[in-house]
Design a protein around this ligand. Structure first.
Ligand code: SF4
Length: 357
């Protein structure tokens, strides 16, 4: 295992600045190095505006990457997916999505997941470990490496493997670097953090200095059904989740997004849509309806197109803004956790299952 300290860690924990000073280098050298990092340089030798001696010292003291790309899959629709392995053998997935001018990366925050959402491949074997800040950032950089020279990263969504709010200590330094002019310089409103809804952590995020967008994975509008689909919600009723979410809106002014995965004949009935409408009416919110993509080994079905249409109509008739997400990456197991699972099972990688929404 390579024990050379990670440059990305030094950038996210703020110690790189002290290192630059300790080398007797002027502060602008730090900016130069960070500019190269943000451009996804993979070798210190690429940092052509640094003196050769500084490049050599950087190489001696730091590693730029510690992950291995185990799989790199590309879909005809422009979606790319990476399966990364860390030196301890932990594997995670990251996705690059192309839509019009948008270039969005979708990041994982944990290896596996403890939330146990019944329809999800990522949570099937539970939580292996949290990702560290530098690993979250490296994942982002690996995906930025996939961009063509004329393309620019425009959005970051933290919707991959894991529950982001269960790993906020690591996530926030990584996102803050991405949002800062020192990093990718992406506005906080183009960075979305998704959660199944941990009220304490939502309030902590509301107090954070950068107002990232929040997406809440609701999947049901009554406590009984939600506890069945999102088992972790048994201890947190929908009412207390919505109180925390309202606090978030008051603190940040950011419109909220509610994610709703439609599972055929489970939560896609007109009754479910009416309950959801009653719950959200009067809130500044957008609902993302996501027809389920079957995961091999799980018993859930894609909803009928007529059920999806009716569900949407009921919400819109109540004045709620709705977006239906397009299926992306259908040929590359792009739905959260599927590629990692297949690679571990030793099964065929390229398949028609899955899809990033
Ligand atoms: S949907 Fe998200 S929170 Fe739920 S088990 Fe999967 S990765 Fe975890």
């Amino acid at each position: 295992m390579d024990l050379t300290p990670s440059l990305l860690r030094a950038l996210t924990d703020g110690t790189f600045e002290a290192w630059v000073v300790a080398q007797g280098q002027p502060p602008f050298r730090r900016k130069q190095v960070e500019r190269w990092v943000a451009r996804a340089a993979t070798d210190f030798e690429q940092m052509s505006d640094l003196p050769a001696s500084l490049r050599a010292t950087l190489k001696r003291d730091f590693a730029l990457r510690s992950s291995r790309v185990i799989r790199h899959l590309r879909d005809a629709d422009g979606t790319e997916k990476l399966l990364l392995e860390w030196p301890d053998g932990a594997r995670i997935e990251g996705v690059l999505l192309r839509e019009g001018h948008r270039r969005t990366i979708c990041l994982s925050t944990q290896v596996g997941c403890a939330m146990g959402c019944v329809f999800c491949a990522s949570g099937l074997e539970g939580l292996e470990r949290n990702l560290r800040s530098e690993e979250i950032l490296e994942q982002a950089l690996r995906l930025v490496e996939c961009l063509d020279p004329q393309e620019r990263l425009s959005h970051v969504v933290v919707m991959g493997m894991g529950e982001p709010l269960a790993n906020l200590d690591a996530l926030l330094p990584a996102l803050d670097w991405m949002a800062s002019p020192r990093g990718f310089g992406i506005s906080a409103r183009r960075i979305t953090v998704s959660t199944v809804g941990l009220p304490g952590a939502i309030r902590r995020l509301a107090r954070h200095s950068r107002p990232y967008r929040l997406a809440v994975s609701l999947h049901a509008a009554d406590d009984t059904l939600r506890a069945r689909i999102v088992p972790v919600s048994r201890s947190t009723g929908i009412a207390s989740l919505l109180e925390a979410v309202d606090d978030y809106f008051r603190a940040t002014g950011r419109r909220l997004t509610f994610e709703y995965v439609l599972l055929g004949s489970i939560n896609d009935r007109p009754l479910d849509a009416r309950r959801l409408a009653r719950l959200l009416v009067g809130r500044t919110a957008l609902v993302n309806l996501i027809p389920y993509n079957p995961v091999p080994g799980l018993p859930y079905r894609t909803p009928a197109p007529t059920a999806v249409r009716r569900f949407r109509e009921i919400l819109e008739e109540a004045g709620i803004e709705v977006r239906g997400r397009k299926r992306k990456g259908a040929r590359i197991d792009a739905a959260c956790g599927q590629l990692r699972r297949r690679s571990r099972d030793g099964r065929e990688i390229l398949s028609t299952g899955g899809g990033v929404e």
